[in-house]
Design a protein around this ligand. Sequence first.
Ligand code: RP5
Length: 160
Amino acid sequence: MTVGIIMGSKSDWPTMQHAAEMLDNFGIAYETKVVSAHRTPHLLTEYASNAAERGIKVIIAGAGGAAHLPGMAAAFTSLPVLGVPVKSKTLNGVDSLLSICQMPKGVAVGTLAIGDAGAANAGLLAAQILGCQNPEIFEKIEAFRKAQTESVLANPNPAE
Ligand code: RP5
């Protein structure tokens, strides 16, 4: 597996599946797993510590509320970690966003937008990271962006 998609709870899957779908577009292999920073802290340590050794190149970590998963995963690995703030019921994901993005200097998490768009873009950004070293993926991303642009230009009337 090239990308590890982890999330704090099964309840995060409706959001995080958008990251998986994006990777599917580019034919990138990934694994998905519930790893909770709070409920399964030892599993988080093990997962993040061993990810590089297992061949993972990028970790996408989604969590909601007190969203410590991406930051703690980043603490245990030098792989790039992309954090997805899952929209929480009480604070609409602003809590998740602030928990993920306010990392201390020296331990980086690339924070995406709250919710589905953030998850999809985490998949896209993971593909772009991998595409730097992989011309086949790079070409697929170029084609994806070209098709997206052409689709917008071909449908300029918002009322149609
Ligand atoms: C976080 O708490 C999870 O990432 C999830 O977004 C949130 C709620 O989890 P559940 O109570 O639905 O399992 O750890």
